[in-house]
Design a protein. Structure first.
Length: 163
């Protein structure tokens, strides 16, 4: 169905604060930026190491997959939509995070990740579910942005009270 590929480590001194391609490693946010990419757009990544190992992310643009990052390459013969697989794995994220081993720098082993079973409905059903789940995801993002803006407004108003 999908091939699990471990990223390639690059020296931290080669990263910059801005650039064309972000670098994903073991975290939720990019580690920095690099002048080249090693992973195509429309790819799912899973954090391999660190405190947030098991974090599932959809990458809509090219990026550099670092040494603490797994990417999923869906096989051409597979009948699974990338967005469906992303939503499914995001739902299974707590189970994926439970695969972590180690305490100093926890990580997830590729062999354990490959054992996750996935229920694959028909392609039509996948696309229907993807539309619905993407709409919910967008709604959640909008609500989070609304709450953040209300918090900023609240902070501003509180500051004005005590001038």
């Amino acid at each position: 169905m999908a091939e699990i590929i471990k990223g390639q480590q690059i020296n931290g001194s080669e990263l910059s604060d801005s650039g064309k391609y972000y670098v994903m490693n073991g975290g939720i946010a990019p580690s920095g930026y690099y002048d080249s990419y090693n992973t195509e757009a429309d790819t799912i990544s899973i954090s391999e190491g660190g405190n947030s190992c098991g974090y599932v992310q959809y990458n809509s643009s090219e990026f550099w997959s670092g040494g603490h990052c797994y990417t999923l390459r869906i096989k051409p013969t597979s009948s699974i939509a990338t967005h469906f697989l992303f939503h499914y794995l995001k739902w299974k994220e707590p189970d994926i995070m439970a695969l972590r081993i180690g305490s100093g720098l926890p990580n997830i082993q590729k062999k354990d990740l490959s054992k996750i079973s996935i229920i694959v409905p028909t392609l039509d059903k996948q696309l229907q579910l993807t539309v619905l789940l993407s709409a919910f995801k967008k709604k959640i993002e909008n609500e989070e942005m609304y709450v953040a803006n209300l918090d900023k407004q609240k902070q501003y108003l509180l500051q004005q009270m005590f001038i």
